[in-house]
Every structure is written in structure tokens, then in C-alpha cells.
Design a protein around this ligand. Structure first.
Ligand code: P6P
Length: 314
């Protein structure tokens, strides 16, 4: 089977970029080991602090961030780390060529109930500075800590999936991920219905009407509450993920973060033939104004993204 180093050397001639991705993959191996033992080590609780988002930090949020920092500090090609768990960007190697923006442990509120969580990362050119559009990404990926430990990564070509084997090696298990254009599965937190805008309300209402309504086909709903879990399902079998702007999140610009959640996920989804939108524009075209900026996030099967964009265009 193809391993991650084989895949990296086939996907890029830039050994430094390959090593930046390899460092995040190695951090994922260490974080996976921590998570497997968490209920025993007692690390599933709160860290007793809050992050810049005002969210209570889990012990494993801090531990995962420390693991990422350890790996990136040891790699001289990384110049700056932007992390959901750190208020400010951290300067690393002054001669480094890449910025890494990461959510070290996304969905950590699910740890206590043993649901899939993940590490999301984006690789940007250092010369572009902290605030770059998603189109500037050189690579992106996530590690999904689930029944299997998966690494999903894309440089500028295909989106591929690796599975961590028992020896700690990433083995290529999906060479070219392909999100079906059509899907009958949507993912949204329906408890927020009272905050939704008209387009989201219309999209969900039409989906729920299924074959009896204008969509003319049956839909099913899934919502894990862990972005990596929801996006991985969509990457594997199609669907659409929606965390749109709503009346409650509008003042903050949305719920999910641009640099280390929306942009890397949009990079991966679009690399697999899916689409991304804020409702009115591709996520990858959004101007970055802050390292913890939030935006509306809609990602997944092209036909479904187009259908909700149609409601926004009305
Ligand atoms: P809600 C997890 O906290 C997260 O950032 C994403 O992983 C997930 O998709 C979303 O928030 C869940 O949000 O409002 O349903 O709890």
C-alpha cells in the first residue's frame, strides 16, 4: 500500500511543504494516542480555562495544542502557528516558509461521549501574512479520531484519505475522494431553526417535504455536532453541511472560524468535487480580517449547495 511519504513525493516536488504536512500528520498520531487513553488518564474534563472564543477549554484541547506546537517548533519550515486555542499567532522559525492555521481538537465537547473529533489544519505561504484568502492555501487536511484514525489531505490536486495502521504508519485507503454531486442528506443543527434566515428556512423546509414537495426526492438528516465527523461523512458519501449565518450568530459573523475550520474544509471538499459557500460566495474567496474570524459555512454536494444558493439569490 501507498504510505503518506510516497503520496507526498508524488503530489509535490516541494520537500519543505511535504514536511509541513508530515509534521501535522505526526502530531495527529500523538493526539490519537492521547485520545485513546483519555477516559483512563482522566483527561476528558475541563482545563479550567477559556479560549479566545470564550469557550471552556477541555484538558485535551490544551494537550492537543501543546502536541501540535511541539511538532511545529521542531520543523524549521514553519514560521507561524495560528491556533484556535491561542489568542495570538505564535512566531516559530524566522526562516520558515509556511504558516499553519489549526483547530487542534475540533468538536472536543464530544469527547466525554466518545464521538469522533478531529484536528483541522491549513498550510499558507508565510510571505502572504496572517490574513489570506482560502484560495492562497498550499495544502489543507484533517485527522479524524474515530473508529479508525483517518488523515484527509489535499495539496493542490486530489483529496486523499489515509488510515493509521497498527504500526503508526499512514496507509492510503482512498486515493481520490469524490463527493457525489447529488445527495439526499443534509446536516444542520435544527434546534437553531428560530434563528435561521429565510434561505435556510426555505432550504430545510423543502428538504423535509421530500418527495411530497418541490425537491421531489426524499431527504434524511444527520448532525453529529463535530465538524470533522460531519464533513468526513460528506466526503465519503455526499451530503451538505450547513452552519449558516443566523440572527444569533450574525453579530459575530457566524459560528465557525474561517482560517482553521472553513477554509481547510472548503479546500478538501472542493478538491473532491464538492462546493463551498457562505450563501452568497465561495468560502475560499472570503477576505480574512482576523485570525479568529467567524463566517457562515455551507459545504458539500454541488447540487445541494446550488439549491440553497438559489434561495439566497431570491
Ligand atoms: P453546535 C464544535 O464545537 C464545532 O465547532 C464544530 O465541530 C461543530 O460542527 C459545531 O461546533 C457544532 O455546533 O451549535 O451544533 O453545538
Amino acid at each position: 500500500m501507498t504510505t503518506l511519504p510516497d503520496w507526498l513525493s508524488a503530489e509535490t516536488d516541494d520537500a519543505a511543504l511535504a514536511s509541513a504536512i508530515a509534521s501535522m500528520a505526526a502530531a495527529g498520531v500523538d493526539i490519537a494516542a492521547e485520545l485513546r487513553q483519555a477516559p483512563i488518564s482522566g483527561h476528558t474534563g475541563l482545563a479550567g480555562a477559556t479560549n479566545v472564543q470564550g469557550e471552556a477549554q477541555k484538558a485535551l484541547d490544551v494537550i492537543s495544542n501543546d502536541i501540535v506546537l511541539k511538532h511545529l517548533e521542531a520543523n524549521s519550515v514553519i514560521s507561524i502557528l495560528i491556533s484556535e486555542e491561542l489568542d495570538e499567532a505564535v512566531d516559530l522559525a524566522s526562516e520558515g516558509r509556511f504558516i499553519i492555521a489549526t483547530d487542534p481538537l475540533d468538536g472536543s465537547s464530544n469527547l466525554d461521549v466518545n464521538v469522533t473529533v478531529g484536528t483541522i489544519f491549513s498550510v499558507l505561504p508565510a510571505e502572504g501574512g496572517l490574513l489570506q484568502k482560502g484560495t492562497a492555501q498550499l495544502a489543507a487536511g484533517y485527522v479524524a479520531y474515530g473508529p479508525a484514525t483517518s488523515l484527509v489531505v489535499r495539496i493542490t490536486g486530489k483529496t486523499s484519505v489515509f488510515t493509521l495502521d497498527e504500526s503508526g504508519t499512514w496507509q492510503l485507503t482512498v486515493d481520490t475522494a469524490a463527493i457525489p454531486t447529488a445527495s439526499g442528506e443534509f446536516a444542520i443543527n435544527t434546534a437553531r431553526e428560530r434563528f435561521w434566515d429565510a434561505a435556510t428556512t426555505a432550504y430545510v423546509s423543502e428538504s423535509v417535504a421530500g418527495e411530497t414537495g418541490p425537491a421531489g426526492k426524499r431527504y434524511n438528516m444527520r448532525w453529529v455536532g463535530s465538524m470533522v465527523a460531519d464533513i468526513h461523512r460528506i466526503l465519503m458519501r455526499g451530503g451538505i453541511f450547513l452552519y449558516p449565518l443566523d440572527s444569533e450568530t450574525q453579530s459575530k459573523g457566524g459560528r465557525l472560524r474561517l482560517l482553521y475550520e472553513a477554509n481547510p474544509m472548503a479546500w478538501l471538499v472542493e478538491g473532491a468535487g464538492g462546493r463551498s459557500t457562505t450563501g452568497t460566495q465561495s468560502i475560499l474567496d472570503v477576505e480574512a480580517t482576523g485570525i479568529h474570524q467567524r463566517i457562515p459555512v455551507i459545504l458539500g454536494s454541488a447540487d445541494e449547495v446550488a439549491r440553497i444558493e438559489g434561495f439566497y439569490a431570491r
